[in-house]
Design a protein around this ligand. Structure first.
Ligand SMILES: [Zn+2]
Length: 241
């Protein structure tokens, strides 16, 4: 998106209840927002803006924080990182200031954004993780769902999103088999990516249910935010039961 600036975003982030600075990447502070503080409830993790040129995820996470979780705070405490890659956000680039795709650099010790994620999740387990992304080439919405000992939420999520925007129903998406816009990575693919991808590491060590949602960037920002929030709502409602 042309004209997006992290300085403007920072002002909006700093106004959120429960916000704190997680650390810095270069000159940029990265923020986390804590919603809910009941020790009897499990935490859930939301991440946006891993790729700086995917602003709808950041906007959706910010909007979620602005609404303060609502009735969902009876079921979960939320830990939200609305914009993991400020440098990329500021320049509208996928990569961080080192030219690294953070999402696939978990094994690297020299990537500050990865260090912040490590600090945030070490020793913790989350009821679920939702990782907001976007796809510049996809004709419609799709998602990745990783789960163990859980009922998948993908089908009902797609049904809900289908009322808001087109779905990507191609049989192969990003080189992986898909059904109705849902990619469940194969064991082989998972092994190939093990230790590298943020979502893979989070699923292997920190949660039994992770969804990566991908909105098509051809839609308006407002529409993409609505779709991301609808996807999140479906996940939360399913997990509350
Ligand atoms: Zn992405």
């Amino acid at each position: 998106m042309a004209g997006q600036s992290y300085a403007a975003l920072m002002q909006r982030l700093q106004a959120l209840p429960g916000v704190r600075e997680l650390g810095r990447t270069g000159e940029y502070p990265v923020y986390a927002v804590e919603q809910g503080d009941r020790p009897d409830l499990p935490p859930a993790l939301l991440i946006g803006g891993t790729h700086g040129d995917e602003p709808a995820g950041t906007e959706a996470a910010l909007e979620f924080c602005r609404r303060s979780g609502g009735p969902w705070l009876d079921s979960f405490n939320f830990l939200v990182v609305p914009c993991l890659n400020p440098h990329g956000y500021d320049r509208n680039t996928r990569h961080n200031g080192q030219g690294v795709d953070i999402n696939w650099a978990y094994q690297r010790a020299d990537v500050p954004e990865i260090q912040l994620v490590r600090q945030l999740v070490t020793g913790r387990r989350f009821a679920f993780v939702v990782d907001f992304h976007e796809d510049w080439e996809s004709p419609g919405f799709y998602l990745y769902e990783l789960y163990r000992n859980r009922t998948p939420v993908g089908p009902q999520l797609m049904e809900k999103v289908s009322r808001l925007c087109p779905l990507n129903t191609q049989p192969v998406i990003e080189g992986q088999p898909a059904r109705g816009g849902i990619i469940v990575p194969t064991t082989e693919k998972h092994e190939e990516l093990r230790g590298q991808g943020i979502p893979i590491v989070l699923f292997d060590h920190h949660t039994d249910h992770l969804l990566t949602t991908e909105t098509p960037t051809s839609l308006s920002l407002e529409q993409r935010v609505q779709v991301q929030l609808a996807a999140l709502e479906t996940v939360v409602e399913a997990q509350r039961r």
